[in-house]
Write a protein that binds this ligand. Structure first.
Ligand code: GDP
Ligand code: MG
Length: 439
């Protein structure tokens, strides 16, 4: 979260219930956060009004502080406004599916056409044809041809002397003849919206009857993005939006504004100049980005990647049956190690960086190695059944792993605590875990 928002949150954290004054103060900060992220003022007003109505008098969930509760509502509303889920390309029941890119000059239309072709090839082995409809700069045609060569995708062009409308007409014919399943039409842009360009685009639309008209917008456009999107939508009726250059440090507030003003779903985002730098749009991720909330999702994803789902299910089963053993314990260590330094992970949680005692979360590699050595010194039977570990067995393990009996005892105690905690979690009893209520 932004610093201001975090301050407002820590003030609120001490309170028990969400009052109108609390919400008012939080909302002021959230408004600023949104404006800082370049969300259009009108959109911000509308949005905060909705959130305020929802937030006042809301029951505070036991597991959340009032401030977290408000942020949660804001995040949910933001996600909802951005469109609740990822929407793909609308396909034509009969081939080809025709997709037309429109937008201002430099927004990233041509680059996106290449990225989309690549995406369609990778995800559904598509056989697209690209049409070079920007005849005003010879370089624009070459740019598309280079992309076509890289991807092994045919590019239809007729140079700069023929009108774009005629090029598209002939390109469409070729696609039908060659049975291409997709046609991607690259069009010209201007620095500003002008009548002549809009007329040309309308004629291309008439000829090509596209299934999708995707408006490509540079995320850095900021406040102006709303006017641009509104004009294109009024004149052409866009079916989707592509936000490019999100790899920059912009917070992407334009996405929220455009979505609110046009109602058209955001379908893809561009995150770099390479052909593979394309992402299917996820409203929830964009919401955290706009709010600037830590890197919660990166954290969750990172943890998920390293955590094999099947193992998780097995573990849950074991926790329920209280048969969590040393084999699982060691596996947990390994998973933690794979995730990288635990402190780094903790820091990604919003507000965590300010938490006193973060250093206690340090996972000391030497300590982990020692504990692993002790577990490896156990017999398979002992690993599966920790209750077997009587004093003589503990002495043997200490000698075998080069540790003292005290250390072995400490490790076993830690294991048992960990097992108890797992059981609490599996029963959904989060509040009984020491330290959890502060998170
Ligand atoms: P067009 O005029 O709308 O066709 O825009 P182009 O596709 O020619 O892109 C303009 C510039 O933006 C080029 O230098 C691209 O490499 C760059 N570009 C396009 N998309 C992205 C993106 O997602 N991230 C970054 N960093 N650059 C991009
Ligand atoms: Mg171009």
């Amino acid at each position: 979260l932004t610093e201001r928002l975090q301050q407002a949150m820590s003030k609120l954290r001490k309170k028990g219930k969400v009052s109108e004054a609390d919400v008012k103060e939080m909302m002021r900060e959230i408004r600023l956060a949104l404006l800082e992220a370049d969300v259009n003022l009108q959109v911000v007003k509308e949005f905060t009004k909705n959130v305020r109505e929802r937030a006042v008098g809301v029951e505070v969930l036991e597991s959340l502080s009032p401030a977290q509760q408000i942020v949660k509502i804001v995040d949910e509303e933001l996600t909802k406004t951005l469109g609740s889920e990822a929407v793909g390309i609308e396909k034509n029941p009969k081939i080809p599916t025709v997709i037309m890119m429109v937008g201002l000059q430099g927004a990233g239309k041509t680059t996106f056409a290449g990225k989309l072709a690549n995406h369609l090839i990778k995800t559904e082995k598509a056989r697209p044809l690209m049409i070079a409809g920007d005849v005003y700069r010879p370089a624009a045609i070459d740019q598309l041809k280079v992309l076509g060569q890289q991807l092994d995708v045919p590019v239809f062009d007729m140079g700069t002397e023929v009108s774009p409308v005629e090029i598209v007409r002939q390109g469409m014919e070729l696609a039908r003849e060659k049975k291409n399943d997709y046609v991607l039409i690259d069009t010209a842009g201007r620095l500003h919206i002008d009548e002549a360009l809009m007329d040309e685009l309308k004629q291309i639309k008439e000829i090509a009857q596209p299934n999708e008209i995707l408006l490509v917008v540079d995320a850095m456009t900021g406040q102006d993005a709303v006017n641009v999107a509104d004009s294109f939508n009024q004149q052409l009726g866009i079916t989707g939006v592509v936000i490019t250059k999100l790899d920059g440090d912009t917070r992407g507030g334009a996405a929220l504004s455009i979505r609110s003003v046009t109602g058209a779903p955001i379908k893809f985002t561009g995150t770099g100049e390479k052909l593979t730098d394309l992402e299917v749009f996820h409203p929830d991720r964009m919401s955290s980005r706009i709010l600037g909330m830590g890197d919660m999702l990166t954290l969750i994803e990172k943890a998920q990647q390293d955590y094999d789902e099947k193992k998780a299910e097995e573990l849950a089963q074991k926790m329920r049956e209280n048969s969590f053993d040393f084999n699982d314990f060691i596996e947990q260590f390994e998973q933690l190690e794979n995730m990288g330094p635990l402190e780094d992970l903790m820091k990604m949680i919003p507000g965590m960086s300010q938490m006193p005692g973060l250093e206690n979360f340090k996972l000391d590699p030497k300590d982990v190695a020692r504990k692993k050595a002790m577990i490896y010194s156990m017999t398979p039977a002992e690993r599966e059944n920790p209750d077997l570990l009587n004093p003589s067995r503990r002495r043997r393990i200490a000698a075998g792993s080069g540790n003292s009996v005290v250390e072995v005892n400490r490790m076993i105690k830690q294991f048992k605590e960990s097992r108890k905690m797992m059981q609490q979690v599996s029963k959904g009893n989060i509040n009984n875990i020491p330290g959890m209520d502060q998170m």
